[in-house]
Design a protein around this ligand. Structure first.
Ligand code: CTP
Length: 402
């Protein structure tokens, strides 16, 4: 497979009987032209000898120590930094728990912590362990952080039981590795501007008009675009989130600041994703001094004026071929509204969601969205925002490649 040629793959092997299958995985990846660095946990070596991997990958195998020695620590970081992809197959319940909690007490965990490369996890374990609430939660956490999980298959297990827990087929694991590698370059050389969070429109020095946007969707899109190799500018209103690795944060507060920031970045942008919840109105005047109750009296009227339509300004000023994505949040038929918005604003794609759907509530980590474009209407199931972001980025890449 061409996608594997010349790539540096770290293959973590942990202590499950399925470790014997990863011998064949290591061989296949090596034969496809990848450099495969195998890292075995100590318990994995009870199932397969390191020499087996070494003979097939032509490289010395790293075996876990109980404690990472200081002088080796830099080397451990280096492996994560060098990797194009980190694959753990088989991944035991134990390693999933350790990764979900950010442990760094051995080489596999340290490599995963230190890497910016995509992570592919192929769990294998006994059915009850796989179905246990703790494992479910760990898998959900890892998936939410962007790891690709190659779900185990159902069948006879070493324990004698029949059920889910068998390591996925090598074809599926290899396909996930290829997908991870390809996705990680899908936007290489592209510049993407993502707006996120609310805008904040000041009334006076201490008060403002704003909305409930958490910024999670926009930040997830910025992270996914960076993972896909793009240069990412994240123009964001105030949120509680940290800018994802590999993105450049451009902090703004008001809609007018957001517009100016985006228009400034536009001449070099290949795509603009307007995930920000721009306040539609702002106070007509911002008082320079704090408004006092004694001046306002029993009632007060706040007069608002419409903010500039930023999408409209972007579409008018974008460079040829640049893609513009809008968001449409509705309490009701978001898809129909999105179609209208697509046409009227001449956008390339509108991401529609019904915010009255509990899965898509403000601040939630999940979203049920519909992509509306000239290609048609694509309703996605309820997904983690990180997964929605990944699919949106795949769409951007596909459109830019046309
Ligand atoms: N947007 C914008 N400029 C504004 C307001 C919103 O560019 N002044 C962008 C948002 O970033 C989002 C999309 O437009 O991508 C939302 O469109 P809009 O029609 O404002 O949606 P709603 O606020 O949901 O619409 P309405 O008030 O009509 O219900």
């Amino acid at each position: 497979m061409e996608a594997l040629r010349g790539r540096f793959i770290v293959l973590g092997v942990t202590g499950s009987i399925a470790a014997y299958k990863s011998v064949e995985l290591a061989r296949r990846l090596t034969q496809a032209g990848a450099t495969v660095q195998v890292v075995m946990s100590r318990s994995a070596t009870e199932f397969v000898r390191p020499l087996t991997f070494q003979a097939l990958t032509y490289r010395p195998v790293e075996v876990e120590m109980f404690q990472i020695q200081d002088e080796r620590a830099a080397g451990h970081i280096a492996m994560g930094r060098q990797a194009d992809v980190v694959v753990i197959a088989p991944a035991t319940a134990h390693v999933l728990a350790r990764l979900a909690n950010g442990f760094s007490d051995d080489l596999i965990a340290t490599t995963v912590l230190a890497t910016d490369a995509p992570i592919v996890l192929a769990p294998a374990m006994e059915t009850h362990m796989w179905q246990n609430a703790a494992t479910r939660a760990n898998v959900a956490t890892l998936r939410e952080r962007g790891a690709r999980i190659v779900e185990p298959e159902s069948g006879p297990l070493a324990s004698g039981d029949i059920g889910p827990g068998r390591l996925a087929s090598l074809e599926r694991i290899e396909a996930a590795v290829v997908e991870a590698l390809t996705a990680s370059q899908a936007l290489a050389g592209r510049r993407v501007v993502v707006t996120a969070g609310p805008t904040l429109e000041p009334i006076d020095p201490v008060r403002f008009v704003s909305n409930r946007s958490s910024g999670k969707m926009g930040y997830a899109i910025a992270a996914a675009a960076a993972d896909a190799g793009a240069e990412v500018f994240l123009v964001s209103g105030p949120t509680a989130l940290r800018a994802p690795a590999g993105t450049q944060l451009v902090p703004i507060e008001t809609a007018e600041q957001l517009r100016d920031a985006v228009l400034g970045l536009l001449p070099n942008a290949d795509a603009v994703v307007m995930a920000a919840a721009v306040a539609d109105y702002r106070p007509i005047e911002t008082r320079e001094r704090k408004i006092k109750k004694r001046d306002a009296g029993k009632e007060m009227t706040l007069r608002l004026t419409e903010n500039p339509d930023i999408l409209k300004a972007i579409v008018a000023a974008r460079r040829a071929g640049a893609i513009v994505v809008g968001f449409k949040a509705e309490t009701g038929d978001a898809t129909a509204e999105a179609g209208r918005m697509l046409r009227e604003k001449k956008l390339d794609l509108v991401v529609a969601n019904d915010v009255s759907d509990p899965g898509s509530a403000f601040g939630s980590d999940t979203d049920r969205v519909t992509f509306v474009s000239a290609d048609g209407v694509e309703a996605l199931p309820l997904l983690a925002k990180t997964e929605v972001a990944r699919r949106l980025v795949a769409k951007l890449a596909e459109r830019l490649a046309r």
